[in-house]
Design a protein around this ligand. Structure first.
Ligand SMILES: [Zn+2]
Length: 429
């Protein structure tokens, strides 16, 4: 932990302009004091050799579950922040499906207080409805005043269309997006995995892509009608991507995010892994055609942001029969290595585009001021590379939970350090 630091010879990535430059970057007292070549600062300043590294404004994961309050055996705000930092994130936005849910101002403020001492900046997302039960609108203005950056009932959709309409009308006045977990519940009464060839063969109840697509189509029309910003949480289907593409062509206030695991694995992984419960998540791993469409959506800008939907569960909860296991996997520590392997290496995204999907674009959605690598700005940055091939093992897990299908995987590209809130945190090689 050091407030003053010289990052020597790094490649600075500026996502706002899409440019890069090689430079030294000097931080003094948490502020970017100087950017230039061959800097020789006065006094003793620790030097970090960044000659084979990239430096960008700090990354944000806009969709994580930190589990506190209520489920501290899975994760706490502190351990979730550790996992985020290990993954190169200076910021996370956390979902409100806690117990109690983040449905009142005091619970939002509790999260902010618990996060006050963490190196990672935590941005709570408030509930759309009281008790997150889809019945009655929460006090959205109060939540926004307490620090909620968006509204969502994630884990469940806002299934009542009239309520969603009113939520969008209020959120527009508050200049916040509604992030909807896109699913029509009656189209997925009991699904365990993607409904398709594999589910039919192995005899598990399917979750049809249709359940997501119908809700996305509904919400696009609600966005058109109200002018309210609809953000599609964890988009997973080809049809969903096409719907968002058309909404954007109509200039509607519709944005979307995709999880790193949804561009990495298909429903085949469920069978191939022998029904490993770490292949069970919601939305489920989809078909190869869906995965292709998600990548195309990222490449052409239809999908704005990358995220993880980091969803920790304790070992005893996941070590059960497939049908009995909870949905979700952790994702913060593997996000960048999967992006390197699945998106940057194969040429789906450039490094700058991948960085934009973790910096400027999610912050635009959440109306957060993006940090920049500019003299005089508060230092919030991520140091990383796109070339290191490394095997993800238990020692890289900082989350309280280990429910990831990627243990033992070779990943490409590593986050090496973050600087945020006046502190520098470096990863072990
Ligand atoms: Zn969700």
């Amino acid at each position: 932990m050091t407030p003053d630091l010289l990052l020597r010879d790094g490649t600075l990535v500026h996502p706002a302009s899409g440019t890069t430059e090689t430079a030294d970057l000097l931080i003094r007292n948490g502020t970017i004091a100087e950017i230039g070549t061959a800097l020789s600062p006065e006094g003793e300043v620790p030097v970090y050799d960044a000659s084979d590294k990239l430096i960008s404004p700090g990354w944000i994961d806009m969709h994580v579950h930190l589990r506190e309050p209520g489920f501290e055996h899975k994760e706490t705000i502190a351990t979730g922040a550790d996992a985020a930092a290990a993954g190169g994130f200076t910021d996370v936005a956390c979902m409100p499906n806690t117990d109690p849910p983040l449905h009142t101002r005091d619970v939002i403020e509790f999260v902010k207080e618990r996060a006050a001492d963490t190196l990672v900046s935590v941005h709570p997302i408030g509930c759309v409805t009281k008790e997150r039960d889809g019945e009655e609108l929460a006090e959205l203005a109060d939540l926004a005043e307490g620090g909620a950056v968006a509204f969502s009932d994630d884990g469940a959709p806002v299934h009542d269309a009239g309520l969603m309409r009113r939520a969008l009308e209020y959120s527009t006045m508050l200049d916040r997006p509604i992030i909807n977990h896109m699913e029509v519940p009656s189209l997925n009464p009991s699904g365990q995995m993607h409904e398709g060839e594999v589910s039919a063969r192995v005899g598990l109840d399917g979750i049809p892509g249709l359940a997501d697509d119908v809700m996305i189509a509904r919400d696009i029309e609600l966005a058109a009608f109200t002018g309210g910003h609809v953000h599609v949480a964890h988009i997973s289907t080809a049809r969903g991507v096409e719907l968002v593409r058309r909404a954007k062509a109509r200039d509607l206030p519709v944005t979307a995010e995709v999880c790193t695991h949804h561009v990495t694995l298909t429903d085949a992984a469920v069978e191939q892994s022998g029904f490993d419960t770490h292949t069970k998540m919601h939305p489920p791993l989809r078909s190869p055609e869906d995965v292709e469409a998600l990548k195309e959506g990222l490449a052409d800008g239809t999908i704005d942001a990358l995220c993880t939907d980091h969803a920790p569960h304790a070992t005893f909860e996941k070590e059960v029969e497939f049908a009995a296991a909870p949905f979700g996997i952790t994702g913060l520590e593997t996000a960048w290595g999967l992006i390197g392997r699945e998106l940057i290496d194969p040429g789906v995204l450039s490094v700058t585009e991948a960085v934009q999907a973790f910096t400027t674009k999610p912050r635009d959605i959440l109306r957060l001021d993006p940090p920049t690598l500019t003299e005089g700005e508060e230092a919030s940055l991520t140091v990383f590379d796109t070339s290191t091939r490394w095997t993800f093992t238990e020692e890289h897990v900082h989350s309280k939970s280990h429910n990831t299908p990627f243990l033992g995987d070779e990943l490409v590209g590593r986050p090496w350090a973050i600087y945020n809130d006046g502190q520098f945190l470096q990863q072990e090689a």
